[in-house]
Design a protein around this ligand. Structure first.
Ligand code: IPE
Ligand code: IPE
Ligand code: MG
Ligand code: MG
Ligand code: MG
Length: 312
């Protein structure tokens, strides 16, 4: 398997108003986040080498860096500075990476490949993989506390991260997903699972970027609605790619949902209608962004289109 980052955005290389293509923009923002991972912990912090290695292994494995890119693009959409949003962007990638490490564990989805490499527990063992996830999650909050943002904005972002990533958010969605293996009954329950296990962290990313830039309530509401739609579309696309995607592009095994007896959109309504649903949700999300409450929505609109068409 090759790294999924290698052909990141080749299909959508159109130029935006400032002349930078979407793929160049995404690569530039991803590189910033990756460079910041080299200064993840204060130099004087002592911790077991193996734990540090396990955390870095999954962080450095690549991935699209979609959530941090959304944080920075949302800050810019409200006239803010991507640099000011960088610590929060890194924090959300830490939370996302922890969620993947735990998601792949034998007790959860039991997957062997992630981001083109053996999963964390395959390399470091289950106990260290659990702890690496714990470490990444905990450190995300430290990064926001240390971000240099005005205290009221940092506090609001910390509060929302715990809400959107925690039991009312992503963890709740993951719990419902696991319970669903024993028989989800309908589309409404499946929508709950998707909105929480996946949309919530995407909504958080957009709101946090908007908050860094001082967005007002109407702006926050607009990006939330956008995030719910593209988040749901993102998970349906993930489920579609689990059926028809290529392992070499995805960097993870396909047919994992079938093996895990997951109930997914393709399971309920078929692949064709699922793809159509992804398209409709993306269009709906884009419409909300054009409501007038987001001053510079250009990149976010492009990112929504990119996500709809992605093959990895
Ligand atoms: C995978 O997320 C897990 C889901 C929520 C579907 P991504 O597709 O963003 O994974 P990476 O970060 O690119 O590896
Ligand atoms: C995972 O959903 C969502 C998370 C919060 C990690 P999946 O289980 O479908 O993600 P993949 O397909 O393993 O990346
Ligand atoms: Mg899962
Ligand atoms: Mg999984
Ligand atoms: Mg999946």
């Amino acid at each position: 398997m090759t790294s999924p980052g290698s052909d990141r955005t080749e299909k959508q290389d159109h130029l935006s108003a400032d002349g930078e293509s979407l793929s160049a923009y995404m690569q530039r923002q991803a590189a910033r986040v990756e460079a910041a991972f080299d200064r993840l912990f204060p130099a004087h912090w002592v911790m077991p080498d193996r734990l540090r290695e396990a955390m870095r292994y999954s962080l450095d494995a690549g991935g699209k860096r979609m959530r941090p890119i959304l944080v920075m693009a949302a800050a810019e959409a409200f006239g803010g500075d991507a640099e000011a949003a960088l610590p929060v962007a890194c924090a959300v990638e830490l939370v996302h990476t922890y969620s993947l490490i735990h998601d792949d564990l034998p007790a959860m989805d039991n997957d062997d490949f992630r981001r083109g490499k053996p999963t964390n527990h395959r390399v470091f063992g289950e106990a260290m993989a659990i702890l690496a996830g714990d470490g990444l999650l905990t450190h995300a909050f430290h990064m926001i506390a240390d971000s240099g943002l005005p205290a009221d904005r940092a506090l609001a972002i910390v509060r929302e991260l715990s809400e959107y990533a925690g039991p009312r958010g992503m963890v709740g969605g993951q719990a419902a997903d696991i319970m669903g293996e024993q028989g989800v009954t309908g589309l409404a329950e499946l929508e709950y699972i998707h909105l929480h296990k996946t949309s919530d962290l995407i909504v958080f990313s957009l709101r946090a970027g908007a908050r860094v830039a001082g967005a007002d309530e109407a702006g926050l509401a607009a990006v939330s609605k956008f995030g719910e739609n593209i988040g749901l579309a993102f998970q349906i696309q993930d489920d579609v790619l689990d059926v028809i995607g290529q392992e070499s592009k995805l960097g993870k095994a396909t047919q994992s949902d079938i093996k895990g007896m997951k109930v997914t959109y393709p399971f309920f309504i078929g692949v064709e209608r699922s793809i159509e649903k992804v398209r409709m949700l993306t269009e709906e999300g884009k419409k909300v962004l054009l409501s007038g409450h987001v001053p510079h929505p250009g990149r976010l609109l492009e990112l929504a289109d990119y996500l709809m068409r992605r093959d990895h």
